[in-house]
Ligand binder design. Structure first.
Ligand code: NAD
Ligand code: AHE
Ligand code: ZN
Length: 375
């Protein structure tokens, strides 16, 4: 069949909206009509050419929601008409990683996913002349119709609005999950969030849910302050206005009883390796934990004095907020529908597929939190 898609033809070039071919689902696969997709900073990162796994041409997009339209042989967990969220971190429930109970990083199809292919090593997408186009993060939600393995779709309730719950496909789950699953933040904690964009705001609302007392937000853009306060930030620091952001955080967190100071938890939501260092070093001696969420460009490396770890600080990372997609994503959709978490104010722009490059421009200018393309 034919489908409309925004194709990343080359690194650093705007996406090109066009008709392309899409082959139907093979055994164990499902075809989904994407109804809405968010544009995450990671899509921009890959399009820019900074992703060591970036492949071109490709159909990008990994933050979608839609309806199953066709299933391949042997598919049992979803049927046509089901509402689903594509998962870039699948959950096969059979591989060593899933069965370990220690990680959400299912390894069943990771190798072919990274090569831009379906698990059988081929692509379902091609240009009209037959030249293949790569899949992206196993999702390719910048296409009106896409094909995914059955293990990479979460079935969700059918009364939830697609243009809001698509964000649960990455940003919401990543931010809230980093707090709840990865850091396991406790009531009364003091936490710092570096980068108050589409991920950082969800870390903030995760911290509020977890009952953190002091929630410090750090961003170079003062324009991010108001929205961050709405999601639970109690203190704001713009690094441009202070001499040393680490010292500022240590001072803010000191009490008469605890003159050492430092955050119990910090989260990097910038992808900048210098910020990652500050995020580690502003945590408390003996027990502070710093969680890396941001994705750094090819070749970038993190550094700190090992003494920071010898003295008890812990450096961790998280992908998709440690969430097990098929199990956890339907629950997060329920939390949204029950009013336990907010999504609507963070979706600042709705776009058509033809306008998708505006969404990328607004990531660069910082004027959007999340842009969502509605098909
Ligand atoms: P975004 O562009 O919406 O937000 C980034 C924010 O960081 C902006 O507000 C920007 O002003 C701020 N910032 C940039 N440099 C800064 C600095 N030096 N100091 C302080 N603030 C700074 O991006 P997003 O969608 O929130 O994504 C954030 C990061 O998380 C990206 O690197 C993205 O690729 C990554 N990400 C990771 C996962 C994961 O599973 N680990 C999931 C989604 C996104
Ligand atoms: N391909 C990059 C890394 C990109 C990356 O870290 N992706 C995150 C999700 S970002 C979502 O917006 C992730 O889940 N990583 C785990 C995985 O298996 O890809 C690189 O540096 O090579
Ligand atoms: Zn993302």
């Amino acid at each position: 069949m034919r489908t409309r898609a925004a194709v990343a033809v080359e690194a650093g070039k705007p996406l090109e909206v066009m008709e392309i071919n899409l082959e139907g689902p093979k055994a164990g696969e499902v075809m989904i009509e994407i109804k809405a997709t968010g544009i995450c900073h990671t899509d921009e990162f890959t399009l820019s050419g900074a992703d060591p796994e970036g492949l071109f041409p490709a159909v990008l997009g990994h933050e979608g929601a839609g309806v199953v339209v066709e299933v391949g042989a042997g598919v049992t967990s979803v049927k046509p008409g089901d509402h689903v969220i594509p998962l870039y971190t699948p959950e096969c429930r059979q591989c060593a990683s899933c069965l370990s109970g220690k990680t959400n990083l299912c390894t069943a199809i990771r190798a072919t996913q990274g090569q831009g292919f379906m698990p059988d090593g081929t692509s379902r997408f091609s240009f009209l002349d037959g030249k293949p186009i790569h899949h992206y993060m196993g999702c390719s939600t910048f296409s009106n119709f896409t094909v995914l393995p059955e293990i990479a779709v979460a079935k969700v309730r059918d009364d939830a609005p697609f243009d809001k719950i698509c964000y649960i496909g990455c940003g919401v789950t990543t931010g809230i999950g980093a707090v709840i699953n990865t850091a396991k933040v406790e009531i009364g904690a003091k936490a710092v969030v570096f980068g108050l964009g589409g991920i950082g705001l969800n870390v903030l609302q995760g911290l509020r849910l977890a009952g953190a007392d002091m929630i410090i937000g750090v961003d170079l853009n003062d324009g991010k302050k108001e929205m961050a306060e709405r999601f639970g930030m109690t203190h704001f620091i713009n690094p441009k206005n202070v001499e040393n952001v680490v010292q500022e955080i240590v001072n803010l967190t000191k009490t008469p009883f605890d003159q050492i100071g430092g955050a119990d938890y910090s989260f990097d939501c910038t992808g900048n390796v210098n910020v990652m260092r500050d995020a580690l070093e502003c945590t408390h001696r003996g027990w502070g934990q710093s969680i890396i969420i941001g994705v750094a460009p090819a070749g970038a490396e993190i550094a700190t004095r090992p003494f920071q770890l010898v003295t008890g600080r812990v450096w961790k990372g998280t992908a998709f907020g440690g969430a097990r997609g098929r199990t956890d994503v339907p629950k997060i959709v329920d939390w949204y529908m029950e009013g336990k978490i907010e999504i609507d104010p963070m979706i600042t722009h709705l776009l058509t597929l033809d306008e998708i490059n505006k969404g990328f421009d607004m990531i660069h200018t910082g004027e959007s939190i999340r842009s969502v393309v509605v098909y």
